[in-house]
Write a protein that binds this ligand. Structure first.
Ligand code: NAG
Ligand code: NAG
Length: 467
């Protein structure tokens, strides 16, 4: 039974030792929501349950945190300030009326910025049909809206075609050094050459709310049928970005913004899916983490591996299709010395190659299906990699999720790209919102306490209102 929502933190007592039970600290029933929330989101195609993301962020001075969540009515996003030491609510929540998804959150010392999507008022010129929501960034200061900037819809990159975001899958990042927000999100175009197709867009907004078109950083259309996003701030645009396409690859595309750049991996894909590499529906957060006081990054994803590469005639040279090596998905990581440089080898593009995944740094290698992978940095070299397992998975769909009894959440310490000790296993803790690094070096994330099942498609809507 669902009963409450927790905020949880994990404490790393000694950076070189493996995680133990005492590394994990649970803050049960600490937060009361003023509105109700449905913690389950059906995934694309399979209908299997995913945790509905609740974006979470802590301000740079460490004094304040915010949690954003979609109202259980599926309209209105609520943003609640939280005390980052007690994890209790502070003051009244702010409601962004008409917002359709909590897509990303940045905490400031004086307020927050929220990435969401909303329908335009009826009669708006050049609006998408059927009230399809468009992406938008809100800034609130001391509980009041300071500005609101559309990142798609009428007038935004009009000469390339107009974009809408029916589901706000993506992420928001902020660089204090650059004084800039970056947002990377899935779009579908409703005019122009890409009309009717899904892809993605990267947009930058300055501190004053002005939308900036930055050459070599902003993008109206990038990764075809984006099937996963990982995004992190850098000290200047372009920010660090990764996309999974539906053609067979995962790219570090900070410099290209497209389905090109540094090839992190080959993946077996199908139309609109690549194994929910970055979490699928309600995923695309905390997949890429920047090490503290460093220019280096770590990325985590799930993969079925890649064998028997064949020519991708549609895309041409440099692109391949792959068969999956395994029935289940395992967890992998890649590290980057900076936002554009992969540590180690790129994935091969050699047509005919038997092994398309020999470059992968696997965190798991078994037959359990792994999903909902995330990563966070404790400091300059140590990271937490986490995922959920189904020990006996049934995987009926090519390049989609699997079903079966949930057998645990895992928390693995990774140091300089290597596993340290065994993963900590928990069955009553999940990651369901952004993992943030606190000023004292703990990492912390929100989740809803519930009997989590991955047995099959979502059957009942759920609602929680007590935290
Ligand atoms: C993905 O793998 C399946 C076999 O599981 C294969 O039938 C399919 O063609 C592969 N996809 C691509 C794009 O090659
Ligand atoms: C590839 O993935 C599909 C879907 O999960 C699965 O049915 C098939 O058995 C997998 N292939 C291998 C070689 O494991």
């Amino acid at each position: 039974m669902l009963h409450s929502t927790f905020v949880l933190s994990i404490l790393l007592s000694s950076v070189s030792a493996a995680l133990t039970d005492s590394s994990l600290e649970k803050h049960v029933d600490s937060l009361t929501l003023s509105s109700s929330f449905n913690p389950i989101k059906e995934s694309y195609w399979t209908g299997y349950p995913h945790h509905r993301r609740t974006p979470f962020a802590v301000s740079s001075d460490g004094s304040t945190a915010y949690l954003a969540y979609l109202d259980s009515s599926e309209t209105d996003v609520h943003v609640q300030e939280i005390d980052p030491s007690t994890f209790k609510a502070v003051g009244d929540e702010v409601t962004v009326s008409g917002a359709k998804e909590a897509g990303g959150l940045v905490a400031h010392n004086d307020g927050f910025a929220l990435l969401t999507n909303e329908a335009l008022p009826s009669g708006t010129a050049d609006a998408p049909a059927d009230s399809t929501p468009v992406p938008v960034l809100y800034r609130y200061t001391s509980g009041k809206q300071t500005w609101k900037t559309f990142l798609g819809g009428p007038g935004v990159h009009a000469s390339d075609g107009l974009s809408a975001s029916p589901d706000l899958n993506g992420d928001l990042a902020y660089s204090e050094t650059a004084g800039m927000y970056g947002a990377y999100f899935v779009v579908t175009d409703y005019s122009g050459w890409a009309e009717g197709h899904f892809g993605d867009s990267i947009q930058y907004v300055a501190d004053d709310g002005s939308l900036k078109t930055i050459a070599g950083a902003s993008s109206s259309w990038g990764c075809s049928h984006n099937t996963g996003i990982a995004f992190e701030a850098a000290d200047a645009a372009p920010f660090a970005s990764i996309c999974a396409d539906d053609q067979g690859e995962i790219w570090l595309n900070s410099e290209t913004q497209g389905m090109s750049g540094v090839k992190i991996s080959n993946e077996n894909t199908t139309n609109g899916a690549s194994n929910e590499a970055m979490g699928g529906m309600s995923g695309s957060y905390s997949g890429l983490a920047r090490f503290i006081d460093s220019d280096s990054y770590i990325f985590s994803w799930v993969s079925r591996g890649a064998i028997d590469l064949t020519e991708n005639a549609w895309m041409g040279s440099g692109y391949t299709n792959a068969q999956n090596r395994t029935n289940n998905r395992n967890v992998a990581i890649a590290t980057f010395t900076d936002k554009k440089t992969l540590n180690g080898k790129e994935a091969t593009s050699e047509v005919g190659a038997a092994d398309g995944d020999s470059q992968v740094n696997w965190i798991t290698t078994g037959t359990a299906d792994c999903q909902n992978a995330h990563v966070a940095a404790f400091d300059g070299t140590n990271a937490l990699v986490t995922w959920e397992e189904i020990a006996q998975p049934q995987c009926d769909f090519i390049a989609m999720g699997c079903k079966g009894a949930f057998t645990g959440s895992y928390f693995q310490l990774v140091s300089n790209g290597e596993k340290v000790g065994e993963a900590l296993k928990e069955t009553d803790v999940f990651v369901a919102g952004d993992i943030v690094t606190m000023s004292d070096g703990r990492v912390c994330w929100p989740y809803v306490a519930m009997d989590w099942t991955l047995d099959g498609p979502v059957s009942n809507p759920a609602s929680v209102s007590k935290m």
